[in-house]
Design a protein around this ligand. Structure first.
Ligand code: 6YU
Length: 501
């Protein structure tokens, strides 16, 4: 059988996140015997990271399966491993077309301590959602009349507000524009960017959503990781083994063209290395991670693609201050008529970037726990503060917006993805100068087949940032790992055994 060829080939995978695990699982399943994962930290899962807050299971990284339906491989695995609630499996849930924005029931609070009604909020929410939908269309149109999604939304919203809300009193118009500032901050979190001014209008539509109403894992996202890991032979992964440099195209090592140099000085030779480190890490360390250096076109794509920060701040209360059916709480600052998504002074007003909270459901399981969301440089600054300082700012914020001067959280817990040395941020977004070519360049192996006289596919690239339309997600990461495993599988399947003389 042709596939038997190459099964002894040495394959090293850098990173034990979902893409690295997926690549290893597929290679092992196909009979490759010499697969090894080198992971910098002491755990598997990377940005899939389940934690605890008291008795509650919470997610520090990935939260939902985005688009849980048949074509989503994470959904299929979660179903196979029996990790989901029955509701997530229903045909109705799988068929819902939400385009990345679940139709959650919301409560709106303003900075003067007022609760807004549905009538107050729906005109601006409707206009904003239309503008977001329209932003996605520019990719297929092949034109980019504004450089960024932020510019497009801001100009169009001002114009449409002047036309459509001309008869409203000035305070109503102002409140609606402030509401759009909050929704811009929501989008900063969704996209993992500092500002929507940094997300390319033409590139925004490269991201594709799948049908299905986003769902969570009652016992934690890491269930997927644990089940996948159990399919690998024991000892496949070496933990606390950061890689310092991948030496490729090397003729000095005899049979094996690649040498992986670990930070502890160990040097491991290989035929192929699959690099799955996050784009944030690659941006910071590319010059030391590869020798020879990355080709220029690949490096430019690493630099052009965006990688930003989105953090969570979990807050637990003794009793709720939101409606029983509420799924998301939005905070509206009454001085933000300019549709801003950045604060003027990080130290004094970083907390203004927090758009609000999602409510952990069901209440019977979680009690009264909210998850606050904050993106961008304000989020990176938040990471530098002590837990007490974060708790203080969140408490003051909630007191102001509820008008309740004594409300006090029982506990607070936040993530710190920007200062995680192996991630350096949260996830990928399409920057203003990006195109589909950049994602293609990120995924391109070194050297490409037939590029020169060196053996092909010495260094392969997987990870969420390398998926052409599902970047920034767990399913994108998994598919990218499977893609690179398939690349090697078909490479060895296509090699004809040499006939014996
Ligand atoms: C999703 C969601 N979600 C919230 C937050 C975060 C992310 N995502 P990994 O980093 O996992 O693995 C790499 C490993 O490499 C790691 O273990 C390192 O330690 C190791 N490493 C690094 N350097 C090394 C070295 N030198 N040597 C050895 N090892 C090294 N995705 O599907 N649903 O709800 C969220 C969310 C706070 C931080 C998310 C979500 C993103 C996923 O978590 C992420 O993509 C994958 O886990 C990455 O796996 P990986 O294997 O590639 O890397 C236009 C437009 C766009 C709109 N985008 C909308 C999409 C929305 C994205 N949603 C995110 C939202 C949340 C809330």
């Amino acid at each position: 059988m042709a596939l038997q060829l190459g099964l002894d080939t040495r394959i090293i995978i850098i990173g034990c996140g979902i893409s690295g695990i997926g690549a290893a699982q597929k290679l092992v399943k196909h009979g490759f015997k010499n697969v090894r994962i080198l992971e910098a930290t002491a755990r598997s899962g990377g940005r899939v990271k389940t934690g605890r807050m008291g008795d509650n299971i919470i997610e520090m990284g990935a939260n939902w399966i985005h688009g849980p339906s048949e074509e989503n491989p994470v959904f299929r695995l979660a179903r196979q491993y029996d990790l989901l609630e029955p509701e997530a499996l229903t045909p109705e849930n799988q068929a819902m077309e939400i385009k990345g924005h679940p139709p959650w029931l919301s409560n709106w609070f303003s900075s003067s301590g007022k609760k807004l009604s549905y009538e107050d909020t729906y005109p601006a929410v409707g206009m904003f959602n239309d503008l977001l939908d329209e932003s996605g269309d520019y990719h297929d149109k092949g034109e980019e009349p504004w450089p960024s999604v932020g510019d497009f939304i801001r100009t169009q919203a001002s114009q449409r507000a002047a036309e459509q809300w001309a008869d409203e009193d000035p305070s109503t118009r102002a409140m609606r524009l402030c509401l759009m500032s909050t929704l811009m901050k929501v989008e900063c979190c969704v996209n993992g960017t500092h500002s929507m001014d940094e997300v390319g209008l033409g590139a925004y539509g490269m991201y594709k959503s799948m049908p299905g109403l986003d769902c969570t894992f009652p016992k934690g996202y890491e269930g997927v990781v644990k089940n996948l890991m159990s399919e690998l032979p024991g000892g496949t992964t070496s933990y606390r083994r950061p890689v310092h440099c991948v030496h490729w195209n090397s003729t000095a090592t005899g049979e094996h063209p690649v040498t992986v140099e670990c930070e502890d000085g160990e040097r491991i030779t290989a035929d192929h290395v699959i690099v799955t480190v996050p784009l944030g890490y690659l941006k910071k360390h590319h010059s030391t991670l590869f020798s020879p250096a990355l080709p220029l076109h690949k490096l430019h794509s690493v630099q052009r693609m965006g990688f930003g920060t989105n953090n969570k701040i979990y807050v637990e209360f003794d009793s709720p201050w939101w409606d029983e059916d509420c799924e998301v709480i939005y905070l509206l600052w009454e001085d933000e008529v300019d549709m801003v998504d950045q604060v003027p002074d990080l130290q004094r007003s970083w907390i203004k970037k927090l758009f609000g909270f999602t409510v952990l459901k069901p209440t019977e399981r979680y009690g009264h726990v909210l998850c606050g969301w904050i993106a961008g440089h304000e989020s990176e600054y938040m990471e530098t503060l002590s837990e007490q300082e974060v708790t203080h700012s969140v408490t003051q914020l909630i007191r102001r917006f509820t008008g309740n001067p004594i409300i006090t959280p029982r506990s607070v817990l936040r993530s710190q993805w920007f200062h995680d040395p192996w991630t350096c941020g949260s996830y990928t977004y399409p920057g203003t100068r990006c195109s589909a070519q950049d994602l293609q360049n990120l995924a391109e192996p070194l050297p490409a087949k037939g590029a020169d006289s060196q053996p092909p596919f010495q260094v392969l690239f997987a990870g969420e940032a390398t998926h052409p339309c599902y970047f920034s997600t767990v399913h994108g990461a998994l598919l990218s790992g499977w893609r690179e495993a398939d690349r090697l599988i078909s490479h060895y399947s296509s090699i004809k055994p040499k006939s014996k003389l």
